[in-house]
Design a binder for this molecule. Structure first.
Ligand SMILES: Cc1cc2nc3c(=O)[nH]c(=O)nc-3n(C[C@H](O)[C@H](O)[C@H](O)COP(=O)(O)OP(=O)(O)OC[C@H]3O[C@@H](n4cnc5c(N)ncnc54)[C@H](O)[C@@H]3O)c2cc1C
Length: 538
C-alpha cells in the first residue's frame, strides 16, 4: 500500500474541486486533487461555464451598478423560501470576494455582457444585461502543458466560444450566421472558452501554485484519525492519501447512478448530462459516517435533453438547443402539446404531471417533432445546420407515418399540428403562451425571426421526431453549513470533512435555478471550504 500526505485532499476536478484546490494552495497548503476519471473538468468542462456573482468588482469597474441587497432579493425570489437562510446569504455575501481572490491567483475572468438574469427576469432585484454573469477569459489549451489532452471534451459551444459570445452573436439558433472564419481561427489556435475555459483557467492557476493532480484516482472510503476525517483510500490503486487538515468532497452528484436517481429524482426518463464517473461517491462515503443529506422540495435544476446513440447515448441539451426554435414542438403519447416548449423549465415541470386516473406520468414518453424547414435552418443535436438528419432521428414523409413510427396517436398529432400551425401563422400561442416569457424572449428561439422567434409552422415534409429525456443538477446532496462543512445527522459538523458543488445539497439556491448559480455555488463554497480548513489549522 502506498501512502502520501498532504494538508488538504480534494476529490473531483470540476469547478467546485478546482476552486477548493486552488484556494487551498493560495492559503499556502499542500494540496492533492484526485480525479476519478481520465478527464479533467467533469460536467463543468462541458457546461457554458458561467458564474452568477452579484455586486462583483468587474461590473463596478465597468460602471455598472449593482449591490448585495439587490442580489439577495433576487436570490431569495429564486429560492422561494426553500433555501437555508445562512447558506443563501453566504453565497451572495461572498460571491464578489471569491471572484477577487480567484483573479488575484491569476484566474482570468470577465463579464458575460448580454446574458441577463434570464431564468426569472420578473423577479425582484433581477438584472437585465449580464453584469452578474462572469465567465472565463479565453485561454489557449497549450497553457495546460502536459494536461492539455486530458481536458474533458465539450460540444455545446464551439472551441473558444463563450456563452457571452453566443449571446452577442444572436444566440445558438443563429449559428448558421456566425463568422465561420473566426470560428476556424479560434479552433486552429487552440482557444478554450465557456466551461472548458473556466476549467483550464482554474487548473493552470492551481498548477502554477504547485498543486498536485492525479487522474484515474477515484476515492471510495474516508479514513478517520482522532475523531476527524484524516484522508481517503483508493482501493483500485491500493493507496491512501492522508490529509492533515481535511478532505473536500467535490465529486459532483449521483447523476450517473441509476439507483440513486430513482431513489431521489423520481422521473423515469433520466439521462446523465455530466461525466459517467458522477456516481454519488461523495454522498455514499459521507453518509457511511453519519452525514446528513438534504433534499430540495422540487428540483428545477433540470434540463430537457435527448440521447445521442452514436456517442454512447450522450446527453444533449435539446431543450435549449433546438426545441424553442420555430418549427419544433413537444408532444406526449396522445400527440398533444403540454407546455411552452421555449422554456425548458416548463417542459420539465410538465414531465412531472402524474395522471391519477390513468396512473402514469401523462406527458412521458415525449417527443420533439419538427419539419424539414427546421432541419434546413437549425443544428440538430449539435450538428452543423442544414445537414441531413442523423440516422437515429425518426423520419417519415407524413405526420401519420411518423406517429406510427414513434408510437404516438396519429389523430392527436394531426390535430395538434393543425392548431399549432394556426398559432404560428397568427404569431400567438393561445394554449401555452409560447415565447411570451421574458426568459424565452431573451434566451430562447431564433432572434432573426422577430415576432416569430419561437413560433413556426410544421408544414414542410419530411417530418422528424426525437425522444425527450430529462437530466441535470440533482436535487439531493450532503447537508453543509456556511463553511461548506458536512453536517452529521446529530447536528454538528463532521470534523475535517467538506462538500461543495453538486455533492452538497442546493441549500444556498433552493428550488430555483438561475444560470451560473450552480458553478457559482461550487466555486464559492469550494473556496470557503479551503479557507476554513486553512484557518482551522492554526
Ligand atoms: C449544457 C449545460 C450547461 C450548463 N451551464 C452552466 C452554466 O453556465 N453555469 C452554471 O452555473 N451551471 C451550468 N450547468 C450546470 C453545471 O455545469 C454543473 O452543475 C456544475 O458544473 C457541477 O460542478 P461540480 O464541480 O459539482 O461537478 P462536476 O463538474 O461534474 O465534477 C465532478 C468531478 O468529480 C469526479 N469524481 C466523482 N467521484 C469521484 C471520486 N470518488 N473521487 C474523485 N473524483 C470523483 C468526476 O469524475 C467529475 O470529474 C450546465 C449544465 C449543462 C448540462
Amino acid at each position: 500500500m502506498t501512502k502520501r500526505v498532504f494538508d488538504l485532499i480534494v476529490l473531483g476536478s470540476g469547478g467546485a474541486g478546482l476552486s477548493a484546490a486552488l484556494a487551498a494552495a493560495g492559503e499556502g497548503m499542500s494540496v492533492c486533487l484526485l480525479e476519478k476519471g481520465p478527464h479533467i473538468g467533469g460536467g463543468t468542462a462541458t457546461s457554458y461555464g458561467t458564474i452568477w456573482a452579484p455586486a462583483n468588482r468587474l461590473a463596478a469597474q465597468a460602471g455598472l451598478d449593482d449591490d448585495v441587497a439587490q442580489g439577495m432579493a433576487y436570490a431569495q425570489f429564486c429560492a422561494g423560501g426553500t433555501a437555508l437562510d445562512t447558506n443563501l446569504a453566504t453565497y451572495v455575501n461572498h460571491a464578489s470576494r471569491v471572484m477577487d481572490r480567484l483573479m488575484s491567483w491569476g484566474v482570468g475572468l470577465e463579464l458575460a455582457i448580454g446574458l441577463p438574469d434570464a431564468f426569472y427576469p420578473h423577479g425582484p432585484g433581477s438584472c437585465g444585461d449580464g453584469r452578474r454573469m462572469i465567465q472565463a477569459t479565453p485561454i489557449q489549451r497549450s497553457a495546460m502543458g502536459e494536461w492539455a489532452e486530458a481536458l474533458r471534451p465539450a460540444h455545446y459551444c464551439p472551441p473558444g466560444v463563450s456563452w457571452g459570445d453566443v449571446a452577442r452573436w444572436g444566440g445558438f439558433a443563429n449559428r448558421r450566421n456566425w463568422d465561420a472564419q473566426e470560428l476556424a481561427r479560434r479552433e486552429k489556435e487552440g482557444w478554450l472558452a465557456a466551461g472548458q475555459g473556466l476549467v483550464a483557467q482554474l487548473l493552470v492557476a492551481f498548477l502554477k501554485m504547485g498543486g498536485h493532480l492525479q487522474l484515474n484516482a477515484g476515492a471510495t472510503e474516508l479514513v478517520f484519525s482522532e475523531q476527524r476525517v484524516g484522508g481517503v483510500r483508493i482501493p483500485s490503486t491500493d493507496s491512501t492519501f492522508e490529509a492533515r487538515h481535511g478532505v473536500v468532497l467535490a465529486c459532483g452528484g449521483y447523476e450517473g447512478n441509476a439507483e440513486l436517481v430513482q431513489r431521489f429524482e423520481g422521473l423515469p426518463n433520466w439521462l446523465n448530462p455530466f461525466a459517467p464517473t458522477n456516481q454519488g461517491d461523495g454522498m455514499v462515503m459521507a453518509t457511511e459516517h453519519g452525514a446528513a443529506i438534504y433534499r430540495s422540495a422540487v428540483n428545477h435544476g433540470l434540463l430537457v435533453g435527448c440521447a445521442i446513440p452514436t456517442r454512447e447515448n450522450e446527453f444533449f441539451s435539446i431543450g435549449l438547443h433546438g426545441m424553442p426554435y420555430p418549427g419544433a414542438i413537444a408532444v406526449n403519447q396522445q400527440g398533444e402539446r403540454f407546455c411552452d416548449e421555449s422554456r425548458f423549465q416548463e417542459v420539465v415541470h410538465a414531465f412531472h404531471h402524474f395522471d391519477r386516473v390513468k396512473h402514469r406520468f401523462i406527458n412521458l414518453p415525449a417527443h420533439m417533432v419538427f419539419d424539414d424547414r427546421y432541419r434546413q435552418l437549425y443544428a440538430i443535436a449539435g450538428a452543423p445546420p442544414g445537414q441531413a438528419a442523423p440516422d437515429w432521428v425518426a423520419q417519415a414523409p407524413t405526420l401519420e407515418a411518423l406517429s406510427i413510427k414513434i408510437g404516438v396517436d396519429a389523430t392527436g398529432l394531426l390535430k395538434t399540428v393543425e392548431r399549432f400551425n394556426q398559432f404560428a401563422t397568427d404569431g400567438e400561442d393561445l394554449d401555452f403562451g409560447r415565447g411570451q416569457s421574458a426568459f424565452s424572449k431573451s434566451t430562447a428561439g431564433d432572434a432573426n425571426k422577430g415576432k416569430y422567434a419561437q413560433l413556426g409552422p410544421l408544414d414542410t415534409p419530411p417530418y422528424y421526431a426525437i425522444p425527450l429525456r430529462v437530466g441535470g443538477i440533482v436535487g439531493t446532496g450532503l447537508l453543509t453549513n456556511e463553511h461548506a462543512q458536512v453536517m452529521h445527522v446529530r447536528g454538528h459538523p463532521i470534523a475535517g470533512l467538506y462538500a461543495c458543488g453538486n455533492t452538497a445539497a442546493p441549500t444556498d439556491t433552493g428550488v430555483g435555478y438561475q444560470g451560473g448559480a450552480s458553478i457559482g455555488s461550487g466555486v464559492i463554497f469550494g473556496c470557503l471550504a479551503a479557507e476554513h480548513a486553512a484557518h482551522a489549522r492554526h
